[in-house]
Design a binder for this molecule. Sequence first.
Ligand code: IFM
Length: 469
Amino acid sequence: MPDPHLTFPKDFLFGSATASYQIEGAVSEDGRTPSIWDTFSHTPGKVMNGDTGDRAVDHYHRMPADVALMKELGLQAYRFSVAWPRIQPHGAGAFNSRGIDFYSRLVDELLTADIKPIVTLYHWDLPQELEDAGGWASRATAEAFAPYAASLARALGDRVHVWTTLNEPWCAAYLGYASGVHAPGRTNGADALAAVHHLNLAHGLAIQAIRAELPEAKMSVTHNLHVIRPADPHSEDDLDVVRRLDALGNRAFLEPELEGRYPEDLIADTAKVTDWSFVRDGDLETIHQPLDILGVNYYTTSIARKWDGVSPRTLEDGHKPSEHTAWVGVDDVDFVLEAGRRTRMGWLVDPAGLTELLLRTSKTYPGLPLMVTENGAAFDDTVSEDGQVHDEQRLDYVREHLGAVRDAIDSGADVRGYQLWSLLDNFEWAWGYDRRFGIIRVDYDTQERTIKDSARFYADVIRANTTPA
Ligand code: IFM
């Protein structure tokens, strides 16, 4: 008997998500060249324990077996990303048929297993050669994205269920170019804001390029939208901090992509850092393309207040609180660490925030269907004596967040699916292999896969929703 709180509309798509650099390994095989993450992870001190994605979870070689695991769980969709340096090793010019062939085989394998492919074109592994030529701070990178997107549209064609241009450009721009905790590790506010714009531009150009090849393609983009609450809802200062973080984190992407403009307050707030002259005539029209679905990644909420300039500030998720935004003009933020359950990332478990975010987004953009393209949790798992992983905390997290999605649907949000992050334990960026998000455990020495209890629970939810009564 399905849990009534976990029953979803008929066509709701249950799946799971990964990203190329986090799982593939095989970094120098079949013509792939280094990405910015290869360079960054091989730079001493950048990634915990000196971990790299060189081998990751060897998905490049184990892909058919991994798809068989997805089928065993009953997944209806699989969201993965394509490594640009496999497809176009120099970031421009010739395409690499061996790289394309890997993704073509993956898509076929998924379709044979009755799993819908959701393809992300960019999940942070920029070809190093493009970074050397200016990276996302340079317009040329956005322009190079269009032929890359078109080549994938030609190769994978109508076998793809949904195309996603970018994953979390917030991270690519601010963590990569402002705080420098992600590749390429730059700390330059003007570059970060130029990256915001060029990522938006790449999004628009890619949609045009894919639709030119595949007029029926379903297009999307995925954002890690932030739910930030003021510490004191009556404090003008705290409300203003939240407004500025919302402008940088949410509206810097949503407004150009969905409304064809940059927020005026964002331009004013960042005036000391840049004059935004990298936005050229016609760019906003290019960025503002019709979307079929908006991808929302959600993990947690935060509470912000204006920093008084004196007291020691809270350390959130291991970084200085304003580290990511200080470079781009918002340097007076402090985050309040609320009591409550936290994941191994230090993130508060707050399912109500997901309901709030889905409802807010669907109210702001009525008529635009939403998909939760990432949600999940890192916890320290152990293998029990019975050889199983009883990851109760992750199971609870998933159950509560699925319930939160259902609550949002009940209150009127048009949510079309849920992609659990992540299918497999994998390379968690600056945290290396120290943080496990998978619903399938990977033994990093043997590469053995073990289905965790959270995955079995998720499979039961899917089965209950798809088995005719
Ligand atoms: O692992 C990441 C993923 O690559 C992007 N979204 C957040 C996840 C967990 O940190």
